[in-house]
Write a new protein. Structure first.
Length: 382
């Protein structure tokens, strides 16, 4: 098959015409990866292929490879090129237990597996790009004390010092994370899975990765706090304890101090819980009024009844419910992967080249890069 014909098949999403020869080595882990991303159980995939679930289990456990002619059917069902199953390409492996999930108890194991597989593909994309360009070196001031002795407030202050963050609001949080070599990406999975996953992070693949769901990125305030929260995990919790409430509280405390240092925010908080004033301050600091109410509760002797009334008023006040889009705030949309691909393209490595090397559909590469399809759309009027 020529290079041009393979590129055409990637664009069209029609992979069954490609040939998997009997002598080709089949990578069983790729089948697990593609099936997991498709959200299919072994039983469901077996039904679509008209084989037994035991056969799928044998394929994935390397007991026996599928017949060459069956690989094209598998590729068609899972929407990947036949070449996706060729052995020999770098393969990132991430156990979902090695990632910090914000909502572990409400996240199904199957959805966590899909999210972890998404991160594996992010790693593979980074690996392919880093053969052509240099991403920023990782600069992550890991807490040196044992996990049970780390003070999240002191850890946040240490990060601001180490990264030279000026006093006041933390400007361009995501851009700062990316400039320190941390990959930030928005989860590209189906809506039903996204709704159940929330956000997560991992440092187990070498380069730290923070994944934010579209729901968490629906407003700039949630997005920024989520990224700060996951940064706290990466810095303080190298010993991952999935679902540990103490670690979640510590990551929240870290995020609050990183975005609104207590010594500074206390000087600007109003004496009373005036929502209009909290909204004004929040817009300046890039945090929500809810976050500032919590800070007032932490830093001042405010009665619990006043706090409850403030939350009630906030929920009923429509003027404070306006979503602030992330894209409207400079330095808060992830750009490192996309800019890396653009730089590689300037040096002769195109998006098509990247898709061919990864053996992914071009649409999948765009999804993970966060790139829009800029091709003009043909509209036909009947």
């Amino acid at each position: 098959m020529t290079k041009d014909s393979k590129q055409l098949s990637l664009f069209e999403g029609t992979h069954s015409k490609e040939v998997f020869r009997a002598g080709d080595a089949f990578e069983a882990a790729r089948l697990t990866q593609a099936r997991t991303l498709a959200g299919l159980t072994k039983q469901a995939l077996a039904e679509k292929l008209r084989v037994s679930p035991a056969a799928i289990g044998q394929f994935e456990s390397r007991v026996t490879p599928p017949r060459a002619e069956l690989v094209a059917e598998i590729a068609e069902v899972l929407n990947v090129p036949v070449g996706f199953f060729y052995a020999g390409r770098p393969l990132g492996r991430l156990d979902a237990a090695a990632a910090h999930f914000r909502s572990l108890r409400s996240t199904r194991s199957a959805d966590r597996a899909r999210a972890a597989t998404f991160v594996e593909q992010v790693w593979e994309l980074c690996f392919a790009l880093e053969k052509r360009i240099q991403f920023p070196e990782v600069d992550l001031p890991i807490a040196e004390a044992p996990a049970d002795q780390v003070d999240p407030v002191e850890a946040a202050r240490a990060v601001r010092r180490a990264w030279g963050v000026a006093p006041g609001p933390f400007r361009h949080l995501v851009a700062t994370l990316e400039s320190r070599g941390i990959v930030v990406t928005i989860l590209a999975l189906s809506n039903d899975a996204v709704a159940r996953v929330d956000a997560f992070s991992t440092g187990s693949l070498g380069r730290p990765i923070v994944v934010v769901t579209p729901e968490r990125a629906s407003t700039v305030y949630r997005h920024r706090f989520t990224c700060a929260h996951e940064l706290g995990h990466l810095i303080m919790h190298s010993d991952v304890a999935p679902g540990d409430l103490q670690q979640e509280r510590e990551a929240d405390a870290f995020a609050a101090e990183l975005l609104t240092p207590s010594a500074e925010i206390e000087l600007v908080l109003p004496r009373t819980l005036r929502l209009s004033e909290l909204d004004r301050i929040g817009r300046s600091w890039g945090v929500s009024p809810e976050s500032l109410i919590r800070r007032m509760q932490e830093l001042r002797p405010v009665p619990d009844t006043a706090i409850r009334r403030a939350y009630q008023r906030l929920r009923s006040a429509n003027e404070f419910q306006t979503a602030e889009p992330v894209a409207a705030y400079r330095g808060e949309m992830p750009t490192m992967l996309l800019e890396g691909q653009r730089l590689a393209e300037q040096h002769g490595f195109s998006l098509i080249d990247l898709a061919n090397e990864l053996m992914w559909p071009v649409s999948r590469v765009r999804e993970i890069l966060g790139a829009e399809d800029t091709r003009p759309k043909l509209q036909l009027v009947p």
